[in-house]
Design a protein around this ligand. Sequence first.
Ligand SMILES: Nc1ncnc2c1ncn2[C@@H]1O[C@H](COP(=O)(O)OP(=O)(O)O)[C@@H](O)[C@H]1O
Ligand SMILES: [Mg+2]
Length: 267
Amino acid sequence: MSRERDYDEISDRLKRRYEEDALFKDKNKEEFRVMEEVFDRLTLQGMYKLFKKGVIDRLHGVVKAGKEARVYYAVHPDGRELAVKIYYTHTAEFRKGMMDYIRGDPRFKRVRKNTRSIVYTWNQKEFSNLQLCEKAGVNSPRPIEFIRNILVMTFIGEDGVPAPLLREIAPEDPSGFYGLVLDEMQLLWQKAGLAHGDLSEYNIMVHEEKPVIFDVSQSMLTIHPMAPSLVERDIGNINYTFRRLGVETRDPEELKEWITGGTEDLY
Ligand SMILES: Nc1ncnc2c1ncn2[C@@H]1O[C@H](COP(=O)(O)OP(=O)(O)O)[C@@H](O)[C@H]1O
Ligand SMILES: [Mg+2]
């Protein structure tokens, strides 16, 4: 290897560092200041890359901070509203749980066992699942970009205010809404080839009186042996929620049959 090339590479790297730091110091100081307290250097670098690539124009506040991730509100250079989900890279407790949902997925054959790699794969899995949802026409956030532990998707809501969760607001027509959720579940299974696996009133938003299905990182391909039990659990959660809303829910077995195989109208 030539010395000159070495030198070029090093100066390139320094130049990039300089640009990132400049970006950090000037334009987005405020935006990064808060992030710095929670996220490590690699995550911040990932964010810099997204700014540079023109995926994000402005990063705003936290929409929600959970145990595994934080969701930020951001704006695309073209004005589109974005949700930026950033997974913590030090959530060691959930590492085993994540592996249980990654193992056996043909999309992710070789995963390094350190926490950071597992979280990156987890994020990539959510992105890939959102792509499957998009292709199938499932009503879900649209994937825009992912890098490392950062996922950029369309924002569900208006002016930085996320649409309410089904947990937080009762739909105007609960029974009709139940039907729409079941339709999404069927679409998810039959067209996207996915079992959600964590479907509940916490992972459905009510947007324009329609259900938006999100949080699909744990969702598994229907070809996976775990998929049928996941869909059973999802049906149980959904029926529970709608019974609480006064809806006469359908028999879980019948629903499973319909979601995973049926083609006739349920109603
Ligand atoms: N695309 C989005 N648009 C608007 N808000 C979102 C979006 N994705 C997530 N959120 C908000 O962030 C919260 C957490 O997101 P979620 O994907 O469920 O992460 P967690 O793994 O923490 O449950 C949601 O309850 C919702 O309020
Ligand atoms: Mg969630």
